[in-house]
Design a protein around this ligand. Structure first.
Ligand SMILES: [Zn+2]
Ligand SMILES: [Zn+2]
Length: 157
C-alpha cells in the first residue's frame, strides 16, 4: 500500500495541489478501508488519532479533495465514497492510460448490499450510449458514475 500512497502523493504534486498533513491523514485512513467509505467513519478515525475534537466539515473537505484528485468517487447514492479502482493499479504496461489532467472518469460502481464490497466497471461503450441518450433529452449530467446495488459473487454462495 505504501507505493500506492506514494504514487497518489506524486500525482498531487504534479497537479500542483497541496497535500496538507490533514489531507494525508485522511488518505491514510481511506487506504485502510474496504468497500464504501463513510465520512463519519473517517471522522471517528481522525478523532481517535487526535487529542482534540475534529469538526465534521474537516473530514468532508478532505474527502472531497481526494475525490477531486480522482482517488475517490463521491457516490451520493450510497452516501459515501469509493476508492477508485484505477487509482489502485500499480501502473504497468497493462494499466489504463490515465493522464495527469484526466483525474475523473466514468464508471459503473457495483455495491454488494450484503458485505458492502465495491467493484468498478468502466464499460466505456455503455457510457457512450448512456451519455448520448441523456444528452438527447436535454439533461446535463452531474456525476459521471452509476451505482448499481446487488449481491456479489461471494455472498451468493
Ligand atoms: Zn474509478
Ligand atoms: Zn458481498
Amino acid at each position: 500500500m505504501k507505493n500506492f500512497k506514494q504514487k497518489i502523493l506524486e500525482q498531487a504534486k504534479r497537479n500542483g495541489v497541496q497535500v496538507t498533513a490533514l489531507r494525508e491523514q485522511v488518505l491514510d485512513i481511506v487506504l485502510q478501508q474496504t468497500g464504501v467509505i463513510k465520512a463519519y467513519n473517517v471522522l471517528s478515525h481522525m478523532q481517535q488519532q487526535s487529542d482534540g475534537a475534529v469538526a465534521p466539515p474537516t473530514a468532508y473537505r478532505a474527502l472531497d479533495f481526494w475525490a477531486d484528485q480522482g482517488v475517490l468517487h463521491k457516490v451520493a447514492a450510497v452516501n459515501g465514497y469509493v476508492l477508485c479502482s484505477h487509482a489502485q493499479h500499480e501502473c504497468g504496461s497493462h494499466c489504463h492510460s490515465r493522464s495527469g489532467s484526466e483525474a475523473h472518469h466514468s464508471a459503473f460502481i457495483l455495491v454488494c448490499t450484503e458485505c458492502g464490497e465495491v467493484d468498478e466497471q468502466t464499460l466505456s461503450g455503455e457510457w457512450q450510449a448512456l451519455r448520448a441518450g441523456v444528452a438527447s433529452s436535454g439533461f446535463a449530467l452531474h456525476e459521471e458514475h452509476v451505482v448499481l446495488t446487488g449481491i456479489c459473487k461471494k455472498c451468493q454462495k
